[in-house]
Ligand binder design. Structure first.
Ligand code: 4AD
Ligand code: MG
Length: 440
């Protein structure tokens, strides 16, 4: 009779009767009376037992199995409180697909070794759990924007311009010329809002980051949005709603995966249940001074240490707005200050925001209202060492029916790292790329 293979989880849900399973040896233990196989597939693990007395031929086959060998088996499933996932299969048929060579990954191996063996480590329970959460995060982003009437829009990956400053551009030989790998989808999105109004996208993004931190990758996925007619207040609200939506989805769909990762879900619940506060850059400096005894000069960008210290005061992400204009990317619009603000602030600020995550996870989103003043744009492009002529097409967008518009970018791995509670961003992507790592 043809076998009707089901997943381990489906077998557990069935709970009784004959089942056909296939997967890999997760753990194996032999004695002269029986073989215990813990079988793993994409869904779960399950203990399987082969007794020599009952089935001597199967027993002789099964003792050949090694960790990570691939196999098919059939047997009767029943509840067993002592088994790791509460069920056991009493095996009555076994087909070995391949006997694995000694698996190079054993207990307690270094992070670097596991990165060298990433092609094999990816099948670990922790990586599998992270990948499932990542899948939920990505699905939730599409769902969030599509439900709100945003169109998905694609920009080129080969780009002639910088968006986020020249220092992190990757150059690529392009026929007899040079182009850059996309640092952001944004500049093209600003063209497309004149066509589609509200748009979003998720794409590989490239930054030649020379820093070795736990939050920077050279290749990462950014989920961006851009909308015509939207100002800073409205766009920060969309970002808050999006983050709440993502975390809610993960809490609904990935309880087991969070458990495998040892993630305390109580730490994630406030993000769904409470309001995400908005705080200005200037207020952050005040909080750092009053609550953390840190004296930061107005006009300096917040460093990792400052972001981490201020986030000790919050159990949800926060939105920080109005950073000093002079340290921001050229396209972030200058805020028109009222006379009271003019007196209180040491310098001009931009209509921009970062969303910072709690638990020392740092910036997860960056966005702004976009400047529509060509003169200002040219001035700040020059300040960044760019030739405004190279941005002629972008500046055109301010000439033909210009409208206020805003957008932001979510660092997908930053969000996955925070939700999973991972030490390093490298474990939030299957095959990380950093300055030091391009293999496997
Ligand atoms: O703050 P960033 O640089 O903003 C932009 O690129 C804007 N053009 C986005 C927009 O307005 N459409 O990057 C956005 C987010 C950051 O908040 C961070 O989460 C993530 O992208 N990010 C990185 N993630 C991993 N590795 C890196 N090297 C990253 N650089 C930025
Ligand atoms: Mg940023």
């Amino acid at each position: 009779m043809a076998k009707d293979y089901i997943s381990v989880q489906e077998a557990i849900d069935k709970g009784q009767g004959q089942v056909d399973l296939r997967g890999w040896v997760y753990r194996i233990r032999n004695s002269n009376k029986f073989v215990f196989i813990v079988l793993r597939d994409e869904s779960e693990i399950i203990q399987c037992i082969i007794k020599k007395e009952e089935n001597p031929k199967l027993y002789e086959e099964a003792i050949k199995l090694t960790m990570e060998s691939s196999l098919k088996l059939s047997g009767v499933i029943k509840k067993d409180e002592r088994a790791p996932t509460g069920f056991e299969v009493s095996v009555n048929d076994l087909e070995i697909v391949q006997i694995s060579e000694p698996f190079p990954i054993t207990k307690d191996q270094s992070t670097e070794y596991l990165l060298d063996q990433r092609h094999l480590w990816i099948r670990s329970r922790k990586m599998t759990a992270m990948l499932k959460i990542r899948h939920t995060v990505i699905g939730a982003i599409h769902e969030f924007f599509r439900k709100r009437g945003f169109y998905e829009f694609e920009a080129p990956i080969f780009q002639p311009n910088a968006c986020e400053g020249g220092s992190t551009l990757f150059d690529v030989k392009y026929f007899n010329d040079v182009v850059y790998l996309a640092q952001s989808w944004q500049l093209y999105a600003e063209a497309a809002v004149f066509s589609l109004g509200k748009i979003y996208n998720m794409s590989p993004t490239f930054r030649s980051e020379k820093s070795k931190t736990s939050r920077h990758l050279a290749e990462f996925w950014m989920a961006e949005m851009e909308a015509a007619w939207m100002g800073l207040d409205e766009v920060t609200q969309v970002a808050k709603d999006e983050i709440k939506f993502i975390v809610k989805r993960v809490l609904e769909d990935n309880k087991k995966d969070l458990e495998i990762l040892g993630r305390d879900i109580e730490k994630l619940k406030p993000t769904v249940e409470k309001d995400i506060p908005t705080v200005s850059y200037t207020e952050v400096l005040k909080l750092l001074k009053e609550k953390k005894g840190m004296d930061i000069e107005w006009g300096k960008d917040l460093r990792t240490i400052e972001e981490e210290k201020v986030m000790e005061l919050f159990d949800t992400p926060i939105v920080v707005v109005d950073y000093p204009k002079e340290i921001m990317a050229f396209y972030k619009e200058r805020k028109k200050l009222n006379s009271k603000e003019e007196k209180e602030l040491p310098g001009p600020v931009a209509l921009c925001f970062d969303m910072l995550a709690p638990e020392a996870m740092g910036e997860i989103i960056g966005g702004s209202q976009r400047d529509t003043d060509i003169k200002e744009l040219e001035k700040y492009l020059k300040k960044e060492g760019e030739d405004p002529k190279m941005y002629d097409w972008y500046l055109d967008l301010r000439k033909y029916g210009s409208v206020p518009h805003s957008g932001y970018g979510v660092g997908v791995e930053r969000v996955v790292r925070w939700i999973c509670g991972l030490e390093n961003i490298k474990d939030a992507i299957p095959f990380p790329r950093t300055m030091m790592r391009k293999r496997p």
